[in-house]
Design a protein around this ligand. Sequence first.
Ligand code: FEO
Length: 173
Amino acid sequence: MLPKAVEEGLNKQVAMEAFASQNYLAMACWCDNNALEGCAAFLYHHAEEERMHMMKLVRYINESGGFAIIPAIAQPNLTYENVQQLFESAYQHELKVSKSIDELVDLSDLEKDRQTSTFLQWYVDEQHEEEALYRTLLDKVKLIGIEGRGLYFIDKEVQVLLDIVEAKEAAEG
Ligand code: FEO
């Protein structure tokens, strides 16, 4: 049985992952409208991944005797000055999610809820990967630069990163 405070914390995380999915979807649309097909493909894929993060939490809450609350979702930001600002925003968002997961682990430890602490370990590992991924992307954007042909090369690099992510997912089944 989930302690009440843990159930509330998990539901807050559901809302955060749901927003993340919409936010990445909006980023994908901005890229699509700015001829950045590789970035758009990467972000569409990531929007799906965030929905999977949300679904995993929803199922866990319900399976554990709690009640998963499907949240209203705020309108995400729709436009960006440039692709560097977009990836900076994505990176900052992932840092926020990591902090939220860490706080949730602390809470489940405090409530002596071992099952939830163990369940959340998957999210801790996932956040480590996501932070690294967006940090890498941001470093590449800064290195290549967004002037002239830079955007073209950034888009190609992001497509390569998506190919790596998809190959890894296929290998993991
Ligand atoms: Fe599900 Fe990117 O945090």
